[in-house]
Design a protein around this ligand. Structure first.
Ligand code: NBP
Length: 484
């Protein structure tokens, strides 16, 4: 009788195929299934040929080919396809078997599915997988959450196939209960939007204000990639700057300035609004893509709305160093905001998130991988209950040192009419966060004036609410206090 497989994988598209090959290369036997079964045969005849991979042509055949407790991983389009596949799998599985969703699922769907699948006596793992095609094959970042009893069952496979940091630690650990894995993946994607936007703003300033060529910017990104900004995204930007079209000119300048998006940045922003967390940088990153997408409207507007004449006065070398400082400081703020979102969600949903572990999971394999995540890991290792990343001694010092350059860059960008929404919103957040006094006293007065929403006083204990009859015409009845 043929040996049973260690895991089954459904969905032989780009991610599924590469994950299967990764698993097989680490010594696991994998059974595979795809809705269009011809893809199973094609895979077996090509990339899977001669490998320890078993093709199956029905879900029943897939399930029957697995070692117990069975582990079935879906790598299929997120949404209804996942629900339909779960419905078809549940009757075929036995108590203690595990269903895994490795797709880009929105975390509330995972929360719902964990409950549903657990109610059938099975276990469910919703896992973020990041790194694209190459990551899936060579080592992705994997962020699993869901039924905790499933972790020891999937851990050996997941940690074997995950990317590893320098000391060999896998970029995969248990994230938390329910939809925590997909939540953390969502925040990862939001942060990715932020990191990309920051780099594009730095590029915009260097290109338009300093007049640097793509080759010159290649040199700048190359240097930055050897310093604090060492990251995958800096690295690919360095390479993009050097990439020439067939006519020898930089390809990047021929690409239409209209950004696409698939929705995970938007989910992050919406979740932040729902939870009341100021996630301003990722929000600006999403909105910047939206603004870029109205290209035709912008072309018309550019003929009617004028801005200042571009003029750079000063030392270019110093200014490039300022841009680096602005980028790094704004990036720190972005991660501080992202971590604040995860912290609030953990409190709200009663998840026990391991913040240092999350930094480690993102340290390799995924799109936001960077040396800087090592600093975040160190911060949470030192203080696991850190309220905000900006309060860690390393980040306090770094932001303090970067501050002057950060402000100079924003001032120059604003004076010259170059939009820097992410770099500047980060500074506004920083200035707001470090302010003992904000003008929300006036805001509360306005709310009480027109809506009798009440206010607290600085000279009275917190929790005591007052209403003033501001005009002499209103009554004394206050509105109910509530928080949004
Ligand atoms: P796709 O997201 O393009 O999905 C294609 C796969 O889904 C095929 O195997 C297809 O089967 C299957 N499928 C569909 Br469509 N509807 C189905 C249904 N109703 N029942 C069963 N199977 C169905 O593949 P991908 O790009 O490999 O991504 C897989 C998952 O991983 C997605 O959730 C994606 O968001 C996520 N992800 C992708 C990347 C990336 O870089 N591409 C990175 C990280 C995560 P068929 O062959 O019969 O049509």
């Amino acid at each position: 009788m043929q040996k049973l497989s260690d895991i089954g994988l459904i969905g032989l598209a780009v991610m599924g195929e590469n994950l299967v090959l990764n698993m097989e290369s680490k010594g696991f036997q994998v059974s595979v299934f795809n809705r269009s079964t011809s893809k199973v045969d094609d895979f077996l005849a090509a990339r899977a040929k001669g490998k320890n991979i078993m093709g199956t042509h029905s879900l029943k055949e897939l399930v029957d080919s697995l070692e117990r407790p069975r582990k079935v991983m879906m790598m299929i389009k997120a949404g209804g396809a996942v629900d339909a596949t779960i419905d078809a799998l549940v009757p075929l599985l036995d108590k203690g078997d595990v269903i895994i969703d490795g797709g880009n699922t929105h975390y509330p769907d995972t929360e719902r599915r964990v409950k549903l699948v657990e109610s059938k006596g099975l276990l469910y793992v919703g896992s973020g997988v990041s790194g694209g095609e190459e990551g899936a094959l060579l080592g992705p970042s994997i962020m699993p959450g869901g039924s905790k009893q499933a972790w020891p069952l999937v851990q050996p496979i997941f940690q074997a196939i995950a990317a590893k940091v320098e000391d060999g630690t896998p970029c995969c650990d248990w994230v938390g209960e329910s939809g925590a894995g997909h939540f953390v993946k969502m925040v990862h994607n939001g942060i990715e939007y932020g990191d990309m936007q920051l780099i594009t703003e730095a590029y915009h300033i260097m290109k338009d204000l300093l007049g640097l060529s793509a080759d010159e910017m290649h040199e700048v990104f190359k240097e930055w990639n050897t310093q604090e900004l060492d990251s995958y995204l800096t690295e690919i930007t360095r390479d993009i700057m050097a990439f020439k079209d067939e006519d020898g000119s930089p390809l990047v300048e021929k690409i239409l300035d209209k950004a696409g998006q698939k929705g995970t940045g938007k989910w992050t922003g919406i979740t932040a609004l729902d939870l009341g967390v100021p996630l301003t940088l990722i929000g600006e990153a999403v909105f910047s893509r939206c603004l870029s997408s109205v290209k035709d409207e912008r072309v018309e507007a550019s003929k009617l709305l004028s801005g200042p004449k571009l003029e750079f006065k000063g030392d270019k070398k110093q200014f490039i160093s300022d841009i680096k400082d602005a980028l790094y400081a704004a990036k720190i703020v972005s991660y501080a905001q992202g971590y604040a979102l995860m912290k609030t969600a953990a409190d709200e949903f009663a998840w026990d998130l391991n913040y240092g572990g999350i930094a480690l999971m993102w340290r390799g394999g995924c799109i936001i991988r960077s040396a800087f995540l090592g600093k975040i890991k160190e911060a949470y290792d030192k203080e696991p209950k850190l309220t905000n990343l900006l309060l860690d001694p390393y980040f306090i010092e770094t932001v303090n040192n970067a501050q002057a350059g950060w402000r100079r860059v924003i001032a120059a960008a604003v004076t010259n009419g170059i939009p820097v929404p992410a770099i500047s919103t980060a500074l506004s957040y920083f200035d707001g966060y470090r302010s003992e006094q904000l003008p929300a006293n006036l805001l509360q007065a306005q709310r009480d004036y027109f809506g009798a929403h009440t206010y607290e006083r600085v000279d009275k204990p917190r929790g005591e609410f007052f209403h003033t009859n501001w005009t002499g015409r209103g009554g004394d009845t206050a509105s109910t206090t509530y928080n949004v």
